[in-house]
Design a protein around this ligand. Structure first.
Ligand code: HBI
Ligand code: FE
Length: 290
């Protein structure tokens, strides 16, 4: 996603803020069936893997098995819990539009759902990734605050030309974050929790590094968009994520502008090492070699 401006024109039929009507009545039975298939394969494996906040959110929103949720129904419950609502969009929206929505507690969700032939992986977020993956965590007040702080931070990062650093924070927390709990590591990242294969890989595979959450370390670390991550960062709590956003980022961006990126599979002297991976999956060629 290029760091484009807010000025990019929305596609035909979309409003200036890139939102569209979900048109829930327009989904076909086949599209609802894809949701049901994805939901049942994911929900059945998340006990003991997804964090408690995610599981509570899934329950509270009743993302029931009857098919693609109607965002109007979903919003009544979500708005009551944390003041967040979801808005339907055609797909990826420009960064400036995305941050504007997050800063106002609106989460953009792609209207489309993937085809039954690509259940396991897709490049662009569809409504299953967005609603099943992201929305349950938005029912947690602390995470809800974190996501709004991220939106505001994104607006400032764009002004400073620092989006490439801040996008890594999103990637290694909101999309691929792990949480330390008394019962062990648990998933809160949407990219993991909405993927059956990566839900196993991120928690159990000996291949990836698992390192303690560190804001600046994350912002110096590139990430994978085409395959499982080679490193996962583990937050001690959701409060720790929120606390990290409440500091002044100017000195951080100043230091980052002079600090080189860290190699994606590297372990640095200052790292808190939870598991030192053997990178066997990446060395074997990753998804392409499966
Ligand atoms: N648009 N609809 C949508 N969903 C996203 O998750 C999204 C986006 N645009 C940009 C983006 N994510 C990332 O580049 C953020 O880091 C900004
Ligand atoms: Fe996402």
């Amino acid at each position: 996603m290029s760091a484009d401006a807010v000025s990019t024109a929305p596609p035909p039929g979309a409003r200036a803020d890139w939102t569209i009507d979900q048109g829930w009545d327009g989904y076909t039975p086949a599209e609802h069936q894809v949701w049901i298939t994805l939901y049942e394969r994911q929900a059945s494996m998340l006990a003991g893997r997804a964090c408690g906040q995610f599981l509570n959110g899934l329950e509270a929103l009743d993302l029931h098995r009857a098919g693609i949720p109607d965002v109007h129904r979903l919003n009544r419950e979500l708005d009551r819990l944390t003041g967040w609502t979801v808005v339907a969009v055609p797909g990826l929206v420009p960064d400036g539009i995305f941050f504007e929505h997050l800063a106002n507690r609106r989460f953009p969700v792609g209207r489309f759902i993937r085809d039954a032939s690509e259940l396991d992986y897709l490049q662009e977020p569809d409504i299953f990734h967005d609603v099943f993956g992201h929305v349950p965590m938005l029912t947690d007040p602390t995470f809800a605050d974190y996501m709004q702080a991220y939106g505001r931070g994104g607006q400032r990062a764009m002004e400073r030309g620092q989006l490439h650093h801040l996008a890594r924070l999103y990637w290694y927390t909101v999309e691929f974050g792990l949480l330390q709990t008394a019962q062990g590591l648990r998933i809160y990242g949407a990219g993991i929790v909405s993927s059956r294969a990566e839900s196993h890989f991120a928690l159990e595979d000996p291949s990836p590094n698992r390192l303690g959450f560190s804001l600046e370390r994350i912002m110096r670390t590139p990430y994978r968009i085409d395959d499982f991550q080679q490193v996962y960062f583990v937050a001690p709590s959701l409060q720790a994520l929120l606390d990290a956003t409440l500091q002044d980022f100017a000195p951080i961006y100043e230091r980052l502008s002079r600090a080189p990126d860290i190699a994606i599979a590297a372990i640095e002297p200052g790292d808190t090492v939870i598991t030192r991976g053997d990178q066997s999956y990446a060395k074997a060629g990753g998804r392409a070699a499966q």
